[in-house]
Ligand binder design. Structure first.
Ligand SMILES: [Zn+2]
Length: 305
């Protein structure tokens, strides 16, 4: 690792997270945990919640209901997790408590699940919107918090898009058809990564055309609307995000992708970020403009902006 990157990375880890999040979470453990394991997992959950809070400067819910169940079945430190949507919203994690602390921070699951909490659930028909946002932010937050380098985060996003493209070529059906049929047709890659491609495209358009960002629009959404007691779907969320961003970018790109049988076209955001695909990975353009847009994407937003 070159010196400047090492410096940036370790500085980021020292300053991270910017605030504690104990009050944002109500954590309940179920099953066989020692008190040391509970302490280790609580710190990891609070750190993940604090990382999510950097998107908008605050945690998106008054308090999240976090359940942690011990399991020794399945792979890795967090074999399974799901968002709790009824009554008090939150996340149910199934964790293998025997791993060293760092293994939980390196795992992508917590940042994916916490990112789901940025917006309300748009319903099964529009699951692409929910999974897309979580898959996009899971990678942004890993890059911003120093779990991986920004370059690695972009490579991980690109690898996801390639899996989505492969699935789209196999299925040859639109996102509008496949999103409600995701479980039945096994179209997870197509649905998750088309949604992430949508959010990357909209985010880059907001940054280049409107001098704002998805972070800021979500921050406004969390302030006005996140905890309203109402039913949402992708159409009502998109209309609200358009209004908050004083743009039509959310609806414009929605129209571009929703009935297309092919995977969303990534040429605009890739060009803005200076990303050039090779047969196996990504090359990064070294133009000053491209370097600055990549830096801006991985900069922690200033909530006072
Ligand atoms: Zn998810």
């Amino acid at each position: 690792m070159p010196m400047p990157l090492l410096f940036v990375c370790c500085l980021a880890l020292l300053l991270w997270p910017p605030r504690t999040a104990a009050e944002d979470l109500s954590i309940r453990f179920q099953g066989d945990f020692t008190s040391a394991e509970k302490q280790k997992l609580t710190l990891w959950l609070e750190h993940s919640a604090a990382t999510l809070s950097t998107v908008s400067g605050r945690f998106p819910l008054e308090q999240a209901n976090i359940r942690v169940t011990a399991t020794h079945n399945g792979r890795g430190p967090v074999p399974w997790a799901r968002v709790i949507r009824h009554r008090q919203e939150g996340i149910h994690f199934y964790v293998d408590p025997g791993y060293p602390a760092q293994a939980y921070y390196d795992d992508w699951t917590a940042l994916h699940e916490f990112s789901h909490l940025l917006i309300p659930y748009p319903g099964d028909n529009d699951i692409w919107f929910s999974e897309g946002l979580a898959s996009y932010y899971q990678n942004l937050l890993r890059g911003r918090s120093g779990v991986v380098t920004p370059q690695q985060a972009l490579e991980d996003l690109d690898a996801g898009f390639r899996r989505g493209e492969k699935d789209a070529r196999r299925k040859r059906r639109s996102l509008r058809e496949l999103s409600p049929a995701m479980w039945r047709t096994g179209s997870y890659m197509r649905v998750y990564w088309s949604g992430a491609a949508y959010f990357l495209t909209v985010d880059m358009a907001l940054r280049t055309e409107r001098d704002t960002s998805l972070d800021r629009v979500l921050s406004d959404f969390i302030a006005c609307c996140r905890q309203l007691n109402r039913q949402w779907n992708a159409a009502t969320l998109i209309a609200t995000l358009d209004r908050l961003s004083e743009s039509e970018l959310f609806s414009y790109y929605h129209r571009q992708i929703i009935d297309d049988r092919a995977f969303p076209d990534l040429s605009e955001p890739y060009q803005q970020l200076g990303l050039i695909r090779t047969s196996t990975g990504l090359k990064m353009s070294q133009s000053a403009e491209a370097i600055e847009s990549r830096k801006a994407l991985f900069r922690v937003p200033d909530p006072t902006d």
